[in-house]
Design a binder for this molecule. Structure first.
Ligand code: AG3
Length: 277
């Protein structure tokens, strides 16, 4: 008998994985959490029925959410990761020698625990002496830490449930204040195919706060739409013109991919085009 897990990505689109076994399942304080062993994607972390990461393609997302902003900043020393309790983003952040501290602010301690137990490839980084794990509200954390971080990475879930506040104008203003003078902010921003309006709204909100705001893309086959977006907002450096070439052990990210990721297909470019006055 075959067992399948299906994510209903939209009311009319679904993606299914053949499941070998359920490794872990719990109701955390915040959400329904599952770690599945699948036939073709290896281990899959699922929160509230949504695929967060799979062994097969996690490197794309984690490398792109970390290295694009970290190579944009002239010298990132203090980095905050909001969400990201699986540890994949921190793992990539720590590949940068300049980084002295990677602070993880994850609201759901259950995600950190389950990842430590079942997803060591992602979570090992959380034991690095440069990593400081904090179970708590990332939005609250930035509001109380002015001028503290060089880079803030928002590795959130979809804009529903506990992650919704991380897509709000108030959070972007607080993040701006929590950054140093040449700080860089970056957030995962869903798929242009299904979240075009959200992308447009967030880019407009960020442009009210940051002088440089740009969207970039990567292909994550297990996320809705597969074409995934990230938004980068910066106080000074431009992510294309000023990107540093850093020698990194990666599988997706290269300096060429960094530049190419900012080349937007026309329908995506139209989502973020500033309205003419
Ligand atoms: N965070 C973004 C996952 C969004 C996927 N959405 C969905 N499957 N509906 C991933 C966290 C990985 N560290």
């Amino acid at each position: 008998m075959e067992l399948w897990f299906t994510e209903r990505q939209t009311p009319g689109v679904a993606l299914s994985f053949q499941v070998i076994r359920t490794i872990h399942r719990e109701r955390t304080r915040y959400q329904d959490l599952a770690v599945l062993e699948t036939r073709d994607n290896g281990k899959v972390l699922v929160l509230d029925g949504c695929v967060m990461t799979t062994d097969l393609d996690e490197f794309v997302y984690h490398e792109m959410i970390a290295h694009v902003p970290l190579c944009t900043h002239p010298c990132p020393r203090r980095v905050l990761v909001i969400g990201g309790g699986d540890g994949g983003t921190v793992r990539e952040v720590l590949k940068h020698d300049s980084v002295e501290a990677a602070v993880l602010a994850e609201i759901d301690g259950g995600v950190i625990e389950a990842s430590r137990q079942h997803l060591p490839n992602l979570s090992r980084s959380l034991d690095d002496p440069r990593c400081h794990v904090m179970v708590g509200d990332g939005a609250e954390h930035v509001s109380s830490r002015p001028g503290e971080y060089d880079v803030i990475l928002c590795d959130s879930t979809d804009p529903v449930g506990p992650g919704a506040v991380l897509f709000s104008g108030g959070f972007y203003r607080a993040s701006h204040q929590s950054l140093t003078g040449d700080g860089v902010f970056c957030a995962q921003m869903e798929s242009p195919f299904f979240h075009g309006e959200l992308i447009g709204r967030v880019v407009r909100d960020l442009r009210r706060v940051f002088p440089v705001v740009r969207l970039y893309l990567a292909v994550v086959p297990t996320y809705p739409g597969a074409l995934w977006s990230f938004v980068l907002a910066s106080k000074k450096a431009d992510p294309v013109r000023d990107a540093r070439t850093v020698r990194l052990n990666t599988r997706y990210y290269t300096p060429e991919v960094h530049r190419a990721a900012f080349v937007l297909p026309k329908f995506v470019e139209e989502l973020v085009r500033p309205e003419s006055p």
